[in-house]
Write a protein that binds this ligand. Sequence first.
Ligand SMILES: NC(=O)c1ccc[n+]([C@@H]2O[C@H](COP(=O)([O-])OP(=O)(O)OC[C@H]3O[C@@H](n4cnc5c(N)ncnc54)[C@H](OP(=O)(O)O)[C@@H]3O)[C@@H](O)[C@H]2O)c1
Length: 310
Amino acid sequence: MKKVDLGGLSVSAVCLGAMNFGTSTDEKNSFEVLDAFVGHGGNFIDTSNNYAHWLGTGDESETTLGKWLKLRGNRDKLVIATKVGFDRHGKGQGLKKEQIEYWIDESLRKLNTDYVDVYYAHTDDPYTPLEETMGAFDSLVRKGKVRVIAASNYDVWRFMDANRIAKERGYATFKAMQQRYTYLWSSAACPPKYKFNEFTSRERLRFLCDRKLPLVAYSCLAGGGYVNKARFPEDYVLGKRYEVLIKTAQDKGVSPVALVVAWLTNLYRMKDYPTVIPLFSSSGVKHFVESLSGCEMALSDEEMKTLTEA
Ligand SMILES: NC(=O)c1ccc[n+]([C@@H]2O[C@H](COP(=O)([O-])OP(=O)(O)OC[C@H]3O[C@@H](n4cnc5c(N)ncnc54)[C@H](OP(=O)(O)O)[C@@H]3O)[C@@H](O)[C@H]2O)c1
């Protein structure tokens, strides 16, 4: 599988999301999807210290991934990303120094590892000074517990402020942004389901392109909507863009889900778009491999133009 740069790390062009592993996806299916991903050359895996607490305790995803890493003995071949800062049953929210220091050790314990490759601030904490948060992340990098830091669900201006403050103090800076993004646009008139769950705007894309920072695009399969329209989140705008996607998929004889993955991994070829790393998952290996086939799909300049400009 093609690799791309994320803050000096070589990561696969797509990222596997482990959010439901150990909760709605049982251990057997989780391990099969993980094995299929690695078998296809993937190395970039995404989890969090609070996944999926709405279905369990919040430890299940990291614990399941940690068990698989230990059994397979492949930790050093993988790029493991986890996160801190979100709520877990009323605990854990925020990015104060002591919270970051506590939760990294919890993540390392659950993941059966002594370092995390990419450590995300899961969402902004407006009540803690950015100096404190960035200083705490920097000290984890200096201690070797974390290799690269990144941020998810930040407003662009807060992300910029955080990196400016870090740079002024000689601290590590955020090297990627993880945000909700897919082929279809979200209606600006429709608020996101959760306040944090902001869809990637054109401005955000131009910002990342200008700063040469990758976008890790979460929920990029739109809940399975490309296969079953009823599953699209209600804020997605279908219309002509959706028809162009379906027609292009039919003409090429490929699945629309795979085509979305292919389009995302090729977006860097288009003006004003950054490197986009689609982050997706599945509860079973069949769907997952179908989506993954998008990584190997060739898209001509004409196809990219048609899909992008629809
Ligand atoms: N940073 C954040 O705040 C944040 C928020 C949400 C998610 N994430 C990350 O993003 C990852 C993915 O998020 P997500 O689960 O919301 O979205 P997703 O991966 O885009 O969508 C998952 C859904 O798509 C379906 N699907 C996948 N492949 C399919 C196929 N080939 N055909 C039909 N349906 C298919 C799955 O159903 P089946 O299970 O039936 O295949 C599942 O319902 C998570 O695991 C997590 O790592 C991050």
